[in-house]
Design a protein around this ligand. Structure first.
Ligand SMILES: *Cc1c(COP(=O)(O)O)cnc(C)c1O
Length: 632
């Protein structure tokens, strides 16, 4: 029987790259992963070549690759989506977005976004004083907005109002009633008329993990009465013209377009009623929440979404216009604060696999001589006789026998050799059972066996820290696509889960994207000795960099910014070196000089001063190196 060749199409289907890759990623004829930063098939480069090139220059994995052209593509796509929808529905207002700095504050990232957004008068949103300082430093279009959300104290407000006075379009969103008197006080003192937004609490909720961002109990926003009170206060002070924006944010990663429509409907009604009361609102800010389809399934699952960016823009524009027409008020200029959807795609984390944990003893098989203790003979009998007809019963036998094996060992009746043989026999039973369960003829698989494959999965150890590089996978079960960046013409032989190199048993990836469900393991290749095996995690550009934790003192990883040129060529625009061991030690208050001198000074080990000197040299060298393993 001729075996069908494993092709790159098979690999594409296996890893779902066409679905989640959204035209930014694909597989080339070499079986390597290819990036298309403008989603144009004529401009691309080979990610494996980039990683090999970096490796030769001493930039080791784990390495973060940033593709600035992807950022520019996303900024353009978002703005064009709104412009197109506005044209289509004859919308008489404008679109003017702001990028929420909190989704990725890295300087180069914000720089690229601002540059790409200049012609769209794209602005920035800040949620803290530090983020406001970033926003004010950027070279924005003169008409671009800087919006200030989040809780604010007097100095936050003072900076915002001084920047306004100095000519920047800084808009302060009132999140809480107590902020208003502070804003009015500082504004009076500085003799400046503030630009204000009102953040409202909507009844419409987001869904999934960020549901609590909206509704009556939301942390932020004003309820209906508070909005009315604020408007009255401002009117009494003759400052009604300051209220330019109505704002809401119902949470991040809204998976269901119906929630988005419900929110915009409710918000536009509030807008219209306020306009009719004489509030001269100019902007309706629909907040963030535009999702990213991490698993490519286009469903309402938490790591997916059931709409596209174009549909999102069209629905927001259409609904706003529809309700304004009903209410007979002019349409507002629309403002949105999409962060995740702008930055998620541009960042890829490449890691090398450093080994395999053979939990199930795949490399071993036991042959009995006949002299072994009874319990081993029983396990061998189970192994040799388990079949389609009796697998449930035989599997229960095997479990009892394994328990007995351990009991006998603990009581001192068995030696280490016997215990080892017994354990191997047990896993042989499990592997045979797994093959039986995969027979197509089997109509019904009892529930107790459904997790069996999970326990038989191979564990690959990858050189990275989950806590540093993908904290959201640990914290909120967010799924990120992962796949090899090479060997994609070769059929994977392992069904594996991943472990990181932290000493934390939570430092693992055992949930993977799938079009229908969540997978417990993914097909991967057996690492070849002497040859690196690289995996990449995708769509990690939003939120992960600054949520990162230094668990086990693994610091930030090497970073390369890659520009793709014509003819499949690329240029490394910038390298940001990983945090050194020195950096992370200082971050927890150690003096690295002391750490080098200390161990050699404390004892007078005159007998072995050579070792002492060598230790000093080794420690001194490590100070300058990154915190990860160097395996190849
Ligand atoms: C976090 C946040 C955003 C960004 O949300 P995304 O879902 O990442 O687009 C926008 N606006 C506010 C007020 C936020 O807090």
């Amino acid at each position: 029987m001729a075996m069908k060749h494993f092709t790159i199409q098979d690999a594409a289907t296996m890893y779902g790259v066409k679905e989640w890759g959204y035209g930014f990623f694909g597989i080339n004829s070499k079986g390597h992963l290819e990036v298309y930063p403008t989603r144009d098939e004529n401009l691309s480069c080979d990610i494996h070549e980039v990683v090999t090139h970096l490796h030769k220059k001493g930039i080791r994995t784990p390495v973060t690759l940033r593709f600035p052209q992807i950022l520019a593509t996303r900024v353009t796509e978002l703005n064009e989506a709104f412009h197109k929808a506005m044209k289509e529905y004859d919308y008489e207002g404008d679109y003017q977005g702001v990028f929420p700095v909190k989704t990725n504050q890295i300087k180069e990232v914000v720089d690229h976004i601002v540059k790409a957004g200049y012609k769209y008068r794209y602005g920035l949103e800040a949620g803290s004083k530090a983020e406001l300082m970033i926003a004010l430093s950027m070279n924005l279009h003169a008409e671009a907005l800087v919006t200030c959300n989040g809780y604010k104290d007097e100095s936050f407000i003072r900076i915002a109002l001084l920047a306004l006075k100095a000519g920047r379009n800084v808009l302060i969103t009132v999140e809480k009633m107590t902020e208003l008197p502070l804003i009015l006080k500082v504004a009076k003192e500085l003799k400046v008329e503030p630009l204000l937004g009102l953040r409202m609490k909507l009844n419409a909720m987001g869904s999934g993990k960020w549901e609590s961002s909206a509704g009556d109990h939301a942390k932020f926003g004003l309820n209906t009465q508070e909005i009315l009170d604020t408007v009255d206060t401002l009117e009494r002070r003759g400052l009604l013209d300051s209220v330019q924006e109505l704002h809401y944010h119902i949470g991040s990663q809204i998976t269901d377009i119906r929630k988005i429509k419900a929110a915009i409907k409710e918000a536009t009604r509030v807008y219209a009623k306020l306009v009719k009361r004489g509030v001269p609102l100019k902007y309706l800010n629909v907040g963030g929440g535009l999702g990213v389809d991490y698993d490519g399934s286009r469903t309402t699952f938490h790591s997916s979404m059931n709409y596209t960016m174009e549909e999102y823009a069209a629905d927001v524009v259409y609904t706003t216009k529809d309700i304004c027409t009903q209410e007979q008020v002019p349409v507002p200029n629309l403002l949105s604060e999409s962060g995740r959807a702008i930055v998620a795609y541009h960042q890829v984390l490449v890691v090398d696999v450093i080994g395999l944990i053979d939990t199930t003893h795949t490399k071993y098989r036991v042959e009995l001589s006949g002299q072994e203790p009874q319990i081993l003979k029983e396990l061998a009998y189970t192994r040799d006789n388990i079949s389609v007809k009796n697998f449930a019963e035989m599997y229960h036998d095997a479990i009892t026998q394994k328990d007995e094996l351990i009991t006998l060992f603990n009581l001192g009746y068995l030696g280490l050799d016997d215990r080892a043989k017994g354990e191997i026999l047990f896993w042989e039973v499990c592997r045979k059972l797994s093959r039986i369960l995969s027979y197509k003829s089997l109509k019904y698989i009892p529930e107790e066996f459904q997790d069996l494959n999970k326990s038989l999965a191979d564990k690959l150890i990858a050189n990275f820290s989950l806590f540093q590089s993908m904290p959201d996978h640990w914290a909120i079960d967010q799924l990120f696509p992962v796949m090899p960046i090479h060997r994609l013409k070769e059929k994977p032989t392992l069904s594996a889960t991943l472990c990181d190199i932290t000493c934390d048993s939570d430092g693992k990836v055992e949930k993977f994207i799938d079009l229908k469900d969540v997978r417990d393991e993914i097909p991967l290749h057996e690492p070849k000795s002497g040859e690196p095996y690289y995996l990449a995690f995708f769509l990690v550009g939003a939120y992960q960099d600054t949520l990162a934790m230094r668990h086990n003192l693994f610091g930030s990883v090497n970073e390369a910014h890659v520009i793709v040129n014509e003819d499949e060529d690329f240029r490394i625009q910038q390298i940001v070196p990983a945090q050194t061991t020195d950096d992370v030690l200082k971050s927890v208050h150690y003096d690295p000089d002391e750490l080098v001198e200390g161990p050699t000074r404390r004892r007078k080990i005159s007998a072995n001063s050579d070792a002492n000197e060598a230790l000093k040299t080794a420690l001194t060298e490590q100070r300058k190196l990154h915190t990860y393993l160097e395996m190849n």
